[in-house]
Design a protein around this ligand. Structure first.
Ligand code: 26Q
Length: 793
């Protein structure tokens, strides 16, 4: 990338302001400046983008196709500025015109095309693939409405539609020439042993490309998102006859396909529209892949050498049958060749073992929406059973349902889990028998996060301290953070502490402005941000908050370590228990924050609408990271890694990647508590485990009693009876059995925080040990062991 001078940048911005946006600079709004700045910065990306594409063609590199129903990209301008090293320059340029860069950046809506961990992981992977010069494309759906916006009304979550595309989106290029027809329904006829599918519906998939630039801007890959369009625009005859609404019906029907992101993050909701979305993504992507391949090569047998397809969970698992269909029905290959080729190209990442999250579709629905695929699935299944002699329950089609996990597993060359523990559990539990039938197929690729967005961009203060101490270059070689320990000194501790303190002040100022709550930046900032789910046990954190509040009230004169409890996250709209937990946090916050006896010793805040941008401001301000899921339930977690890099200490269970984080930062620098995954299984076997635990714990009894009496909902004392009853009688995630251990660990946290020297030393070990959790390391693992591909020089 040729370096851009400040004057060139200014000229480019002003040119776009006038000629692209059509605004005079004296009358331009923040939004106009943002658009102009984005176009100018985008121009700077396009050259390396084209160069990367050219190099991939010239060197005949193997391409990675990353298929994901979700990409949680966040803001793009700030990220591009940091990767291109233009942040300070553009700040000066805008200041010349009286414009603050932060306002311009803040004007951009988050691209929230994802629910949580899985979607954000996909975004981090794109960043790392670009940084590592791995030719690859992300493929997803261009949802008009991303994840809903969250508001609180009387403490309750209210969802409103998200509308990021109501404004023009300056980062994408529409590709009207890249169109594919995606068929649905109809019937299948067999002529001379060949299947001919006569679909009765179809939509057009149109591509929109966004360049994804890597560190220092030398390489850019593409995120290609599909939007659904009608195959026939509208019915002119009807329109002329005056029936204007009916005339537009085909258009409306098609558009619903890419209208909204499904907001469930774990449950398998068997909706026809969801199945159609999954096929829409998969079919358009594979058609695009084959078109590109055939423009370069003429022998489809070469496909596995030139293409690796990654299925991000089972959501794109129709890629197996669809690739076979395209190869056999459209390109005339034999079944056995097509089956073999598909099996060598495809890989599957599993992100959860929760039984309710494993995707299944009724054969009736699958057969109706995708009749040809149903046939292909049956044949894959028959061959799978014949080859492995597996028992009935390991069939892909079992009890009139298509098991997408089994389908993905059977079709994949490699199947991977996302943390060491999760992969071990896959091998020992849900996928044990399949693993025995296909030995060696399962491997581990522990998740990571991009240090560009999650450290360099979100935490410039700490980044500067790191660079001053070990020099630049850690941004794409994060293992170098381990060098920090060699420089350990009071001065380094003080510098890291000062950076944290500044981040906390900035966050407190934001909370003051947004929520009207005053936070003391000297207090420990204790943060739990993630989707609200029972297994993540936000409830346990609120119960501890209540216990702490009651204890402070009993003995306000004691030597309390002041805390701010921060919660953030969305509940799936239909998830009643999660929504009750949200309401409880807000009710507790209302009572605690207004309690004059408690004062600064405890505050509780729940800023609404947690998203990528909020994470960027919040994580750098955290002292304590809550990673308290029931052991065995959280596949990996990735927020846990972001906190560690940003110098927060973790209170956590031996779950997901927590296990590896603890190994890397040192057990003595991690607040561990709770049952192991094995102990959890044993606990489930004890009848009345929760009752027994509650009867052992006076604190927990008191807390549940307060809830039952309506202490936090005096206007409706019975409001939390459901949660109380659940804790006593249906405690599926062992909140009660882990509660006392959690309380004890929290007391240890208090003691450590009170000892500044000890805390500082622990923080340093955490930052220094976090280098392993860069998504660059993860992507190298995929390149070597899953995709069998090389970076291009
Ligand atoms: C399925 C069917 C119908 C509608 C929606 C869904 C659906 C959507 C999203 C099911 C699951 C998801 C998302 C799962 C997810 O985010 N899992 C998280 O993945 C992270 C990245 O690997 C891990 O770190 C987390 O532990 C895991 O919970």
């Amino acid at each position: 990338m040729t370096p851009i001078g400040a004057d060139d940048l200014e000229a480019a911005i002003l040119r776009h302001l006038v000629y692209t946006i059509g605004k005079d600079k004296d009358h331009a709004s923040t939004h106009d400046w943002r658009m102009a700045a984005s176009y100018a910065v985008r121009d700077a990306v396009v050259d390396s983008w084209f160069a990367a594409t050219r190099q991939t063609y010239e060197q005949k590199g193997k391409r990675v196709y990353y298929l994901s129903m979700e990409f949680l990209m966040g803001r793009l301008l700030d990220d591009a500025l940091v990767n291109l090293g233009l942040h300070d320059k553009i700040k000066d340029v805008l200041a010349r015109h009286g414009i603050a860069l932060d306002d311009v950046i803040g004007d951009e809506p988050d691209a929230a095309l994802g629910n949580g961990g899985l979607g954000r992981l996909a975004a981090c992977f794109l960043d790392s693939m670009a940084t590592l010069r791995c030719p690859g494309m992300g493929y997803g759906i261009r949802y008009e409405h991303g994840l809903f916006r969250q508001r609180f009304e009387g403490g309750r979550q209210v969802e409103t539609p998200e509308d990021w595309l109501t404004q023009p989106h300056p980062w994408e290029f529409e590709r009207p020439e890249a169109n594919y027809t995606v068929p649905f329904k109809g019937w299948v006829e067999t002529v001379d042993g060949r299947a001919i599918w006569h679909p009765s519906e179809s939509v057009l998939a149109r591509a929109y490309d966004t360049p994804v630039v890597g560190w220092q801007g030398t390489w850019a890959n593409t995120l290609r998102l599909w939007a659904a369009h009608p195959t026939e625009l509208f019915d002119l005859e009807r329109f002329n006859a005056g029936d204007h609404t009916a005339a537009a019906a085909p258009e409306a029907l098609a558009r619903t396909l890419s209208r909204v992101l499904y907001p469930e993050d774990t449950t398998d909701s068997g909706k026809e529209l969801r199945l159609k979305q999954e096929f829409f993504l998969t079919s358009a992507t594979l058609q695009d892949m084959l078109r590109r391949f055939l423009s370069e090569y003429d022998d489809l047998a070469l496909l596995p050498e030139k293409v690796a397809i990654q299925m991000n969970d089972t959501h794109p698992a129709l890629a197996g049958p669809e690739l076979i269909r395209l190869l056999v029905d459209e390109h005339g290959l034999d079944w056995s060749d097509a089956r073999k080729i598909a099996g060598q190209c495809l890989n599957y990442t599993n992100h959860t073992l929760l039984p309710e999250a494993l995707e299944r579709w009724s054969t009736w629905l699958m057969g109706r929406v995708l009749p040809r695929h149903m046939q292909i699935i049956e044949r894959i299944d028959a061959e799978h059973v014949a080859a492995t002699k597996c028992p009935e329950h390991l069939r892909i089609v079992w009890h009139d349902q298509v098991h997408m996990g089994t389908l993905a597993f059977v079709m994949a060359r490699h199947v991977n889990g996302v943390s060491a523990l999760h992969t071990d559990l896959m091998k020992d539990t849900v996928f044990a028998e399949l693993n025995a039938a296909y030995p060696g197929r399962i491997l581990n690729q522990t998740n990571g996060v991009t240090p560009r967005r999650w450290l360099r961009l979100s935490n410039p203060g700490l980044s500067a301290v790191i660079t001053d101490t070990i020099e630049a270059g850690w941004e794409n070689d994060l293992g170098r953070l381990s060098e920090l320990v060699r420089h350990e000194s009071d001065a380094l501790h003080a510098a890291i502490r000062a950076a944290k303190r500044a981040n906390k002040e900035a966050f407190a100022a934001w909370v003051q402005a947004e929520m009207g709550v005053t936070l003391n930046p000297d207090a420990m900032f204790d943060v739990q941000v993630k989707r609200i789910h029972e297994y993540k046990r936000q409830l346990m954190n609120v119960l501890e908050t209540i216990a702490r509040w009651a204890a402070i009230r009993r003995d306000p004169g004691a030597d309390w370590v002041p805390r701010v409890k921060v919660f953030g996250g969305k509940a799936a709209p239909g998830y009643a228990t999660a929504k009750q937990v949200i309401r409880l946090v807000n009710d507790v916050a209302r009572v605690v924050n207004a309690d004059p006896v408690v004062g600064d010793r405890l505050k509780v805040v729940y800023p609404p609408n947690y998203n990528v941008s909020m994470a960027q401001r919040l994580i750098p301000a955290a002292d304590l990271s809550e990673q308290i899921s029931t052991a065995g339930k959280e596949a990996s977690g990735t927020g846990n890694m972001k906190f560690t890099m940003n110098g927060a200490l973790t209170i956590g269970t031996l779950d997901g990647a927590n296990v590896e984080i603890r190994e890397h930062v040192g057990a003595e620098n991690f607040f561990l508590f709770g049952m192991t995954a094995e102990e959890v299984q044993a606990c489930y076997r004890k009848p009345d485990h929760a009752r027994a635990a509650i009867l052992q714990s006076q604190v927990l009894q008191d807390v549940l009693q307060m809830l039952a009496e309506g202490r936090f909902s005096p206007e409706e004392p019975t409001r939390y009876h459901g949660l109380v009853d659940m804790t006593w009688n249906h405690d599926s995630f062992l909140v009660a059995s882990d509660f006392d251990a959690y309380m004890a660990a929290q007391a240890e946290v208090d003691a450590a925080y009170a000892d500044t020297a000890r805390w500082d030393a622990m923080v340093l070990q955490n930052i220094a040990g976090s280098g392993y959790f860069s998504s660059d390391r993860t992507i190298r693992g995929y390149m070597d062991e899953v995709w069998h591909t090389k970076a291009l020089g």
